[in-house]
Write a protein that binds this ligand. Structure first.
Ligand code: ADP
Ligand code: MG
Length: 319
């Protein structure tokens, strides 16, 4: 069982940033309004996340570190229409198999909080006002071969920062805070989408962007796309979400490139923050545990919709 978890961990837990992604998604699935992340040494030494979500009750806490202990799928049909971020029930088990892991949590109706660790899985009483605190320490302490693949603290922090921004961009209604080695690096107050995009991509991006808002009933494309004047040397300012999930998808990337083809020349890359919302049954997000790839049932229709929607937005007169 430990070995299976460690193998799964290789897929789910590539580096501190992948741990962070899973834990942030869990916090959001729990309905949190505020999520605070503290990293030490790029998240390798410690990654601590606290939220004000629904918490985990004593009984579930005892199972939370076990593989396939998910509270999010009740049936096979649910698997088809995944509404939440997590749905595999393997992230916490995988993390706990390769790092010292501690979960402290308190549901609203509990008299006090409970705590489990990867070594002591029977919940013990603990102190916490509400929500959940997860601490992950010494990533890959027990699998040195893996640990060798981790890069410098600065590089790992950079990956964590990327994940943090990706997740935060999609949830402007939630407040987020990130600190590294005891210093606050990014604080995002809950607000509207435009404010969140401005905070993360900057005023310059907003000045050069067109608002995208296309509704075709079953599909909706919304967000901001920058004009060629704001093209970048890299793809760092490219954010595309399908049903709230950040994706890097070939089909989507092709549609976007086509939409920019006539106006953007040279080796520069477009900048955008776009959200595609559609029937969850039309998209398979279960392609890879890291979950940045997706498979669309109606690929052609999606391609057309994104291409035309974006082309129109980019051609529209300044707003
Ligand atoms: P999944 O997210 O796929 O269900 P995880 O291993 O990520 O699997 O989490 C296991 C379970 O632990 C979740 O289904 C959820 O019930 C609970 N859980 C994890 N993190 C939190 C959290 N921050 N707040 C509330 N419940 C949580
Ligand atoms: Mg999860």
């Amino acid at each position: 069982e430990v070995l299976i978890n460690q193998i799964a961990a290789g897929e789910v837990v590539e580096r501190p940033a992948s741990v962070l992604k899973e834990l942030m998604e869990n916090s959001l699935d729990a309905g949190s309004r505020a999520v605070e992340v503290q990293l030490t040494q790029g998240g390798i030494k410690q990654l601590r996340i606290s939220d004000d979500g629904c918490g985990i009750d004593q009984g579930d806490l005892g199972l939370a570190l076990e593989r396939h202990a998910t509270s999010k799928i009740a049936s096979l049909e649910d698997l088809e229409a995944v509404g939440t971020m997590g749905f595999r029930g393997e992230a916490l088990a995988a993390i706990a198999s390769v790092a010292r892991t501690q979960i402290t949590s308190r549901t609203p109706d509990a008299a006090h909080a409970w705590r489990v660790t990867e070594r002591a899985r029977e919940p013990v009483p603990a102190a916490l006002n509400g929500g959940t605190v997860i601490e992950v320490e010494d990533l890959y302490y027990n699998t040195p071969a893996r640990r060798k693949f981790l890069k410098s603290d600065a590089t790992e922090f950079g990956h964590c920062d990327d994940v943090f921004r990706r997740v935060a961009l999609a949830r402007p209604d939630v407040g987020f805070q990130l600190s590294h080695n005891g210093r606050l690096t990014l604080r995002l107050a809950a607000g509207d989408a435009e404010r969140r995009v401005r905070e993360i991509l900057g005023d310059e991006f907003m000045t050069h962007s067109r608002r995208v808002e296309v509704d075709a009933g079953a599909m909706r494309l919304s967000g901001f796309a920058a004009l060629p004047a704001y093209a970048r040397a890299n793809r760092d300012a490219q954010f595309f979400y399908v049903n709230g999930r950040f994706v890097r998808d070939k089909l989507i990337q092709h549609a976007l490139r086509q939409a920019y083809a006539d106006i953007l020349h040279g080796a520069r890359h477009p900048a955008f923050v776009l959200f595609l919302d559609m029937d969850p049954a039309g998209v398979d997000v279960n392609v890879h545990p890291a979950k940045t790839e997706v498979r669309f049932r109606e690929g052609r229709a999606i391609h057309q919709f994104v291409f035309h929607g974006l082309t129109r937005a980019l051609a529209s007169p300044l707003q």
